[in-house]
Design a protein around this ligand. Structure first.
Ligand code: ADP
Ligand code: ADP
Length: 220
């Protein structure tokens, strides 16, 4: 069973073709990089996985569930780091993690999660006072709640300093080692390269290559 199965997916906005017959699978347990410049269609694809957008043609599924039909069943197995994330005014870091724990109905330890993302010491500060990098770690922590089988990260390194980006890669490797499939979108090859087994390259809505990093390099 593929973690993600995209079958001939197209998405057309009025005049803009955002995705053009994109067809690929992400195997369970893989770390997959979704690489492409701004405007290539990465967010459009992720929006479909999360059922925020519908394909004009084709279908996408997560662990065999069509994302536009049985969304909820699949979503319980998914952790998401959205691109335009924001923190809640008036809630501490710990309360953010508790919110994610309650909405997923699991019994994770919030402090253990804050520790993993490196902000345990700021657990009881207002998250609105966090730096951009800390806020991003917090949102990643929320995505890790409930040990998701699939982690979807949309441009996750934006706004992180090199140290924070390295720590995030380490967390993703740990998540993958525990069995999670990682789907990582980025416009920066080096970020994808450092984490991912395989990469799909998206250009103007078309998937122009899917290969291992080594395979892509040897075909250059
Ligand atoms: P990326 O995430 O790779 O930067 P996007 O998926 O955001 O790319 O955008 C792909 C293309 O689709 C762009 O040309 C963008 O302007 C267009 N697009 C995305 N969302 C919409 C929308 N809701 N309405 C119209 N055009 C859109
Ligand atoms: P990205 O950095 O991924 O390209 P964008 O800033 O293009 O993100 O898009 C942010 C949000 O706005 C997305 O949900 C996308 O669907 C929507 N969007 C992008 N381009 C357009 C557009 N031309 N018209 C309407 N909505 C758009």
């Amino acid at each position: 069973m593929a973690a993600i199965d995209a079958v001939d997916v197209s998405k057309q906005y009025r005049k803009q073709v955002a995705l053009d017959r994109v067809d690929f699978e992400v195997e369970e347990g893989e770390t997959f990089g979704f690489l492409g410049p701004n405007g290539a269609g990465k967010s459009t694809f992720i929006n479909m996985l999360l059922d925020f957008a519908k394909p004009t043609e084709g279908s996408v599924s997560i662990f065999g569930y069509d994302c536009q039909r049985a969304g909820v069943a699949a979503r319980e197995r998914v952790g998401v780091l959205p691109e335009g994330y924001s923190v809640f005014e008036g809630l501490t870091g710990r309360q953010h993690i508790e919110y994610a724990i309650n909405s997923k109905e699991v019994d994770d330890d919030p402090i253990e999660i804050l520790d993993r993302v490196g902000i345990r010491g700021d657990a009881d500060r207002q998250a609105s006072e966090y730096s951009k990098g800390m806020a991003q770690r917090l949102v990643l922590g929320m995505a890790l709640v409930g040990e998701p089988d699939l982690l979807i990260l949309d441009e996750p390194s934006t706004g992180l300093d090199p140290n924070g980006a390295a720590q995030m890669r380490e967390i993703l490797r740990e998540e993958n080692a525990r069995g999670a499939t990682v789907f990582f979108s980025s416009h920066i090859l080096e970020q994808v390269e450092a984490v991912c087994d395989r990469v799909g390259i998206l250009q103007d809505g078309e998937l122009v290559a899917v290969d291992t990093i080594a395979g892509l390099r040897s075909s250059l």
